[in-house]
Write a protein that binds this ligand. Structure first.
Ligand code: GCB
Length: 728
């Protein structure tokens, strides 16, 4: 018999030079300092200790300790004897304690999240929490047992192949063990097979197979394997086919099934990444509520229980390793190790549809030969370990669309932030249209897009960069059209379903938080944009009035916006009928304001109510205080017959004199902005994309990075050059 005991209780934790404190796992030491901004959270080596009596074991049994994650690097010792070293903070690993066990035991686990140049991630927009932040289990197994130590394997791999026409699935089950024979059962059929070189295999036919069919019917089968010793393991699996096509996008079980959903990071306000099962379940409930059919589990391996939840709920998942932002020549082995563990540990999940090789890996540097080679090796590893799933990559927007890097994975995907960090919303449309026209045989997706919103901020005239809930809504309304009009996009993922910690951030009125979430980091507040997607995706009838936190309005007539998946919305103002509208997803009403009004939206059985008030002065709490730099633009006088920052980049670059001035300023600017800006400034693709934008808007996008005097100098210098005939 296999006995699994939770080992989360009774630990002590100490940072260097500090006294030990009792802790219960899951635990991270960065729950507070990793979320409060300043990019100064503690990164180093801390020690977890646990004393325990020798477990009661029958003779020959082994005691294996399972860590479902240790961030980022761990060394496990028992009674002073070093037993395991593991690099990578997101995957399961196990250590065999047996030979070091005594009557009374001291277990020490040194866990390290310090900076280095080998273990990913090292540079990325999220907090690298340190700690034993997932469950630890003690597993007692008989001498004859299924493999536990190699790459955190479940010991069993199930590979169903489905013929949709005949509805027959042939299910190959493989197990790894140190004994045999092995009895394997699937759907009431049992086979006993020999084990050769530690591996056994059985093939089952399932007739009239019930498919694992996404959110509609995520039916799971179970394969169970046992040994004469009594050791037994099982794996759930799903019978489904997946395919991708450059025109049809993603296909599930033979039919087009556009993947439309959200991304998720594994952290929460006040807890860091030390989540409970209930936290994970709550996140899945929010994914179900919004009506998504896919989740990108960014930017690393998530908890097994979350992939289980995806399996159970029919949510198709993008799984990836944290090979992100900056390629490290010394990190090659670690990328391969993390990928091997990801695939070994996650293979059986029917929800997983692809393996993500990297994210925005050229964001801080060029695609060097070493980086290319690293990707080729990863890609080959994925194909060799799993011929059934495509590999993919999330490209940074400025990666040239004809870069040879794009050819490496089976299918591609871009992270685009036009309309937020830079550019205009419509550039999202043109980017994909051009890509699709130029590369009609490539499968392409939209792996990230989003805009930050602080739910405190509001505006009747929302603009990019104002952090209002209203701009986030406008942004997502636009992108919703982009993705609905382009079914060839094999997957699209909102960045991000939840606000998450990025301790290096300080913007939009909050330190340490990336506020692109549709839901707050504590999961208590759903921003208005959440309901836009719910209206587009969910079948559960509802109506939502935007502006619940935006009561004080200065307009004579306010736009009242309603999101609903119902075909008709009736608006009541102060209890009286105001208007009725038929439509889809978004309903807009112009409501004259005189004093305080109760607004009620009714759609079928659903209702929602807000209060709005006519005020004479804007509520100052609603305004994100922009920096001097941004305000400066509005005060400029300029001569339109000469060049100025009002001109487009393309126009300014057209004249050698004005181009030289701009070139000089860009060189000065990028010198102080680090690697991302440097690679952006030398990037022809980006410059082509930016050519149609005014310098003013480009500078605004750069925010505080361009000091006011620099803008003034640039504008003054441009204003000295008369335009010679070309249009501004
Ligand atoms: C990206 C990254 C993601 C960031 C996001 C952002 O492109 O892939 O990790 O959090 O942008 O919000 O800037």
């Amino acid at each position: 018999m296999r006995i699994v005991t939770n080992f989360n209780e009774g630990w002590h934790f100490a940072k260097p030079g500090e006294p030990e404190v009792p802790v219960t796992l899951p635990h991270t030491w960065n729950a507070i300092d990793g979320q409060d901004g300043g990019n100064d959270y503690w990164r180093g080596t801390a020690v977890y200790t646990k004393r325990f009596a020798r477990p009661d074991m029958e003779p020959g049994y082994r005691a294996i300790l399972e860590f479902q994650a240790a961030a980022m690097t761990a060394d496990v010792s028992l009674n002073g004897q070093h037993l395991a070293h593991h690099e990578g903070g997101y995957s399961t690993f196990r250590a065999d304690l047996t030979d070091a066990l005594e009557e009374d035991n001291v277990l020490t686990v040194s866990v390290d999240n310090a900076e280095n140049d080998r273990v990913y991630p090292q540079k990325a927009d999220f907090t690298f929490y340190g700690g034993l932040y997932r469950d630890v289990n003690l597993i007692l197994v008989p001498a004859e047992h299924f493999e536990l130590l190699k790459d955190g394997t479940p010991g069993i791999q199930v590979n169903p192949t489905v013929d949709l026409d005949s509805k027959i699935a042939s299910v190959k089950v493989e197990t790894w063990q140190n004994g045999g024979p092995v009895s394997i059962t699937v759907d009431g059929q049992t086979q006993t097979v020999v084990s050769a070189d530690g591996r056994a295999e059985a093939l089952f036919l399932l007739e009239n197979v019930r498919l694992w069919d996404g959110v509609e019917d995520p039916y799971l089968y179970t394969a169970t394997a046992s040994l004469a010793s009594g050791d037994q393991i099982s794996a759930r699996f799903g019978c489904r086919t997946i395919a991708v096509d450059p025109e049809q996008g993603f296909l599930l079980n033979g039919r087009p099934y556009p993947l439309r959903g959200v991304s998720r990071h594994q952290d929460r306000w006040g807890k860091g990444n030390a989540l409970s099962l209930e936290d994970h379940q709550e996140d899945m409930a929010v994914i179900r509520e919004i009506g998504a059919n896919t989740v990108r589990l960014a930017h690393y391996q998530h908890a097994q229980c979350f992939y289980d939840l995806c399996d159970e709920n029919g949510i198709l998942a993008w799984a990836e390793i944290p090979y992100i932002t900056q390629h490290m020549p010394n990190g090659r082995q670690n990328t391969l190790d993390q990928m091997r563990e990801l695939i070994t540990q996650c293979y059986n999940h029917p929800s997983i549809v692809c393996w993500g090789l990297s994210n925005e890996i050229t964001a801080s540097g060029a695609a060097t030969e070493d980086l290319m080679e690293n990707h080729r090796l990863l890609n080959d590893l994925c194909h060799q370990m799993d011929p059934t799933r495509p590999t993919t990559m999330a490209h940074v927007f400025m990666l040239e669309t004809d870069s040879p890097l794009i050819d490496i994975p089976d299918i591609g995907s871009y992270n685009l932030y036009f309309g937020w960090y830079l550019g205009e919303l419509t550039q999202n449309d043109s980017f994909f249209d051009e890509f699709h026209a130029r590369f009609p045989h490539r499968v392409i997706g939209f792996s990230e897009y989003g805009a930050d919103a602080n739910p405190q901020f509001h505006s009747a005239n929302p603009e990019r960069g104002d952090y209002t809930e209203e701009y986030q809504c406008l942004y997502h309304e636009h992108i919703l059209n982009v993705i609905q009009a382009r079914p060839y996009l094999w997957a699209t993922h909102v960045w991000n379903l939840f606000d998450f910690a990025a301790d290096g951030r300080d913007e939009g009125g909050k330190k340490g938080i990336n506020q692109k979430g549709l839901v707050s980091m504590d999961r208590t507040l759903k921003k208005d944009a959440f309901y836009l997607y719910k209206a587009a995706w969910s079948k559960e009838p509802f109506v939502h009035l935007c502006g619940r936190r935006y009561a004080d309005r200065t307009e004579e007539t306010a736009e009242i916006k309603v999101y609903s998946n119902q075909p008709e919305v009736t608006l009541l103002v102060d209890g009286r009928f105001f208007a009725v509208q038929q439509g889809q997803t978004i309903f807009r009403f112009q409501v004259p304001l005189t004093g305080e009004h109760t607004i009620e939206a009714v759609a079928g059985e659903s209702t929602d109510t807000i209060t709005v008030r006519k005020v004479s002065e804007p509520n100052q709490d609603y305004l994100f205080r922009k920096t001097e730099v941004v305000n400066w633009f509005d005060r400029q006088d300029y001569n339109p017959n000469c060049y100025s920052i009002k001109d487009t980049m393309g126009t300014v670059m057209h004249n050698p004199a004005s181009a030289a001035i701009l070139g000089k300023m860009m060189a000065r600017m990028t010198a102080s902005r680090g690697d991302v800006a440097k690679s952006a400034s030398g990037n022809a693709n980006l410059q082509r994309m930016m050519a149609g934008l005014s310098l003013e808007s480009l500078i605004k996008q750069a925010g505080d990075a361009v000091p006011a005097e620099m803008v003034q100098q640039l504008n003054a210098a441009l204003q000295r050059i008369p335009k010679g005939g070309e249009q501004a």
